[in-house]
Design a protein around this ligand. Structure first.
Ligand code: NDP
Length: 309
């Protein structure tokens, strides 16, 4: 162990699991509130720490966001002028891809219709479609988004991915930039939102964008609720323009009990758990970044606060 410390703050993550996983990487993790020698703290592993948190640690050289989405961190006015990294963990990406694949298959295989029919004791045959005839649009081809898109392609779906900058990915049709979004929305039977919340994506899927989706398409949101105009989404579900949705994230979380989404039987609601950080595998990247921050090598998963992700 070195004499450096990593300060930990999260109201809901398991400190002991992170401490053990990081000890294996030779990183000493302490609960921030238990740290007396603040000067020894060189790194912080945080999820939504209270305002003013960072000012307690004058020698901080690296802030690790305890998650992939950094929107809650990068907008803060009390950020220290040090590099910020997000978690980058293949098992987190695999868990997310599993959720997305579940949601896509659920819509592609008409499972909601069978669930409704079962409740009515109704034998309701719908002839299965060849996945190659089903277009899946994946908005956001980042670490999680690209893994999920490739998983859908592996199942035979025709996948169209959309991102900020152009990309070439085997087996996936890609496009980039605002002008290309309409074509992706208009050609997808299932749209999966995997965009980070930034100034450019907040409210991006508004009524006009939702209207560009194919009539009767399904919508899956696993990134941030704020990217979609929730009232417009509810209206599109009411009219049937969007036939079904699987929603893991919401404008306000927990989803308020008065939200009409709760009672829509065409909507599956899960409480923001499509993927989580797994200490045993995520600790490796953190340990590597601690080593890199000592030697001045480029960090893995570095966030650009100006860009917002
Ligand atoms: P990344 O930051 O790795 O990638 C973001 C992707 O979105 C990139 O492909 C980027 O394009 C694209 N993008 C960003 N802004 C725009 C824009 N304005 N227009 C078009 N494309 C854009 O994100 P991840 O894939 O790792 O994660 C996605 C999100 O998932 C996270 O930000 C987080 O909010 C959410 N999340 C949700 C969880 C859950 O349990 N529900 C768990 C973990 C994360 P480019 O490649 O060109 O930069």
């Amino acid at each position: 162990m070195t004499s450096e410390l990593m300060a930990f703050y999260s109201a809901h993550d398991d400190f002991n699991a992170w401490r053990a996983a990081l000890a294996a990487e030779d990183v000493e993790l302490r609960q921030a509130d238990d740290i007396v020698e603040a000067g020894r703290v060189r790194h912080a592993l945080v999820w939504k720490p209270p305002h003013g948190f960072f000012a307690r640690f004058p020698n901080l050289g690296l802030v690790v966001n305890l998650g992939a989405g950094v929107d809650a961190l990068v907008g803060r006015s009390d950020l220290p002028d040090v590099p910020i990294t997000r978690l980058s963990d293949p098992k987190m990406a695999r868990m997310m891809a599993g959720y997305v694949l579940f949601a896509v298959l659920r819509h592609a295989r008409n499972i909601p219709a069978f669930e409704r029919a079962q409740r009515q004791r109704r034998w309701h045959y719908i002839h299965p479609r060849d996945p190659e005839t089903i277009n899946v649009g994946v908005l956001g081809l980042g670490e999680l988004g690209l893994t999920a898109a490739m998983e859908c392609a592996r199942q035979g779906f025709r996948v169209r991915g959309w991102s900020n900058s152009p990309k070439a990915v085997d087996g996936i049709e890609t496009s980039a930039g605002p002008d290309a979004l309409e074509a992706v929305l208009g050609s997808s039977d299932i749209v999966v939102c995997m965009l980070p919340q930034t100034a450019a994506t907040r409210g991006l899927l508004d009524a006009a964008r939702l209207a560009q989706m194919r009539s009767g398409a399904a919508f899956v949101n696993v990134s941030r609720g704020s990217i979609v105009d929730e009232m417009a989404l509810i209206e599109a579900l009411r009219t049937g323009h969007i036939a079904e949705a699987t929603l893991d994230v919401f404008a306000t979380e927990p989803l308020p009990s008065e939200s009409p989404l709760w009672t829509m039987d065409k909507v599956l609601i899960t409480p923001h758990l499509a993927s989580i950080a797994l200490p045993a595998s995520a600790a490796r990247q953190i340990g590597e970044n601690v080593r890199r921050s000592r030697t001045g090598e480029p960090l893995l998963g570095r966030v650009d606060p100006g860009r917002g992700y």
